[in-house]
Design a protein around this ligand. Structure first.
Ligand code: URA
Length: 242
């Protein structure tokens, strides 16, 4: 039974009668045009169920996270511009197609964002990937930039910013500030994210209305330690160590 107030939705194709379909908690709705939540399909919900489950071991956590990351990257790429391209097929016929226009790069917010780099590489061969390390300053408890290594021509690229969990939004906001200072226009940044808190998504979308967020799920909220709930715990720990 679902004790939260998140919406429940019947899941599954039409070959099952409405009353026979399983229900599951699906993503909260968002009111910002720049936040794109993946379609809440049975596949996606099953993958999220695996990675949220505290019993899931590290190997499975990595495997199922990677499947969601792949969906996020594929959806993110749909937001990049294409131009028309007519080609000829081996049987001599023409096909009106498109091709990608413009250069891209990835930027991962360390450490958890690095888990998304392989998913990006699987879709975009030899993509350049930069890194940003932001940590909470012990004294001020504000996020602080510790390290960045970015492609030197980043201002001429579309940037896929990678961080799996959007909690308060502090790190992601600072990462966008860094990209802006390097000359990357806001509307050329796509933030790929697995699970966002409503307050994190709102914060981010209001501050940077032209940055597009592509996320798999908007969760219930944050707990007193700023963990996303119901969430999945610490993503970096589950992916890299536990
Ligand atoms: N980062 C995580 O890994 N998990 C959360 O719940 C919030 C931030």
């Amino acid at each position: 039974s679902d004790k939260s107030n998140a919406p429940s939705q019947c899941l599954g194709p039409n070959y099952r009668a409405e009353g026979e379909k399983p229900t599951a908690t699906v993503s909260k709705k968002v009111r910002h045009d720049n936040v794109h939540v993946l379609p809440q399909t049975p596949q996606l919900i099953a993958l999220l169920t695996m990675i949220r489950d505290h019993r899931t071991n590290r190997a499975d956590f990595i495997f199922y996270s990677n499947r969601i990351i792949r969906l996020l990257v594929e959806e993110g790429l749909n937001h990049l511009p294409v131009i028309q391209q007519e080609i000829t097929t081996p049987v001599g016929r023409h096909y009106n197609g498109v091709k990608f226009e413009g250069k891209i790069c990835g930027v991962s917010i360390m450490r958890a964002g690095e888990s998304m780099e392989q998913g990006l590489r699987d879709c975009c061969r030899s993509v350049r990937i930069g890194k940003i390390l932001i940590q909470r300053d012990e004294e001020t408890s504000q996020p602080r930039l510790f390290y960045e290594k970015l492609p030197e021509d980043i201002k001429d690229r579309w940037v896929l910013l990678l961080d799996p969990m959007l909690a308060t939004g502090g790190s992601a906001l600072m990462a966008v500030e860094v990209l802006r200072q390097k000359g990357v226009p806001e509307d050329r940044i796509l933030f790929l994210n697995l699970i966002a808190s409503p307050e994190g998504a709102d914060n981010f979308a209001e501050k940077f209305p032209k940055v597009r967020i592509v996320t798999a799920f908007i969760d219930e909220g944050l707990d007193e330690k700023n963990y996303i709930v119901p969430g999945l715990g610490d993503f970096g720990d589950r992916f890299y160590t536990l």
